[in-house]
Design a protein around this ligand. Structure first.
Ligand SMILES: [Zn+2]
Length: 201
């Protein structure tokens, strides 16, 4: 498998990264606001192509930079747990402006599935989750190569690593699962995962 060396389409933690990946508008998410759309997400339950297996779904995340964490079930009895989603929305907020958005819960399914396939014993370290348009635009102003469109702005992406696991291995496995976008940043030691169209770079 060859990994494109192109810049990340969504990650603008480095100002010289640009976006080439398709963007996906998710009608139920991406709205500004703190906790607005958590309710009603039950309608998305089981809509994810990621997981057909029944049962509860859990996730463990440590947020780099804030020291906050979540470790628990976010999907139970066939529905996304609204309280868990609220916690996860806040955990994955844009730390620069302290603003959260309703994350697309399919992102958590991606993270859950990849961790399960990796037999992960440690929580994810999330480097970046939601990004406000302001944060993204600030990066774009610093570099013309930074895209103004990003799945991070839609609450559909996270940049993660799993302690003790190779980023290359995780990226390869996630790409083979074809459950969303996968970007490997080996030098920086993390992987971009999103619940948009399956693609890799
Ligand atoms: Zn990213």
């Amino acid at each position: 498998m060859r990994w494109r060396r192109d810049p990340c389409p969504c990650c603008v933690t480095k100002p010289d990264w640009s976006c080439e990946a398709p963007t996906t508008e998710a009608p139920a998410i991406g709205r500004r606001g703190l906790f607005g759309a958590a309710l009603g997400l039950a309608s998305l339950a089981l809509a994810s192509p990621v997981l057909a297996a029944p049962g509860d779904r859990s996730i463990a995340i440590n947020r780099v930079g804030t020291g906050e964490s979540f470790n628990g079930i976010y999907f139970r009895e066939g529905r996304y747990d609204p309280d868990a989603l609220l916690s996860l929305n806040w955990l994955l907020r844009d730390p620069h402006l302290g603003e959260a958005t309703p994350m697309d819960p399919r992102l958590f399914d991606v993270l859950h599935s990849v961790a399960a396939m990796m037999n992960a014993s440690e929580p994810y370290e999330v480097i970046s989750g939601y990004r406000t348009p302001e944060s993204n635009a600030a990066n774009a102003r610093r570099s013309r190569r930074v895209s103004r469109a990003s799945l991070h702005m839609s609450g559909m992406a996270a940049d993660v690593r799993l302690p003790g696991q190779s980023s290359m291995g995780m990226a390869r496995l996630a790409a083979n699962m074809q459950i969303g976008g996968v970007g490997l940043y080996r030098r920086d030691g993390f992987v971009h995962l999103d619940c948009g169209p399956s693609r890799r770079w």
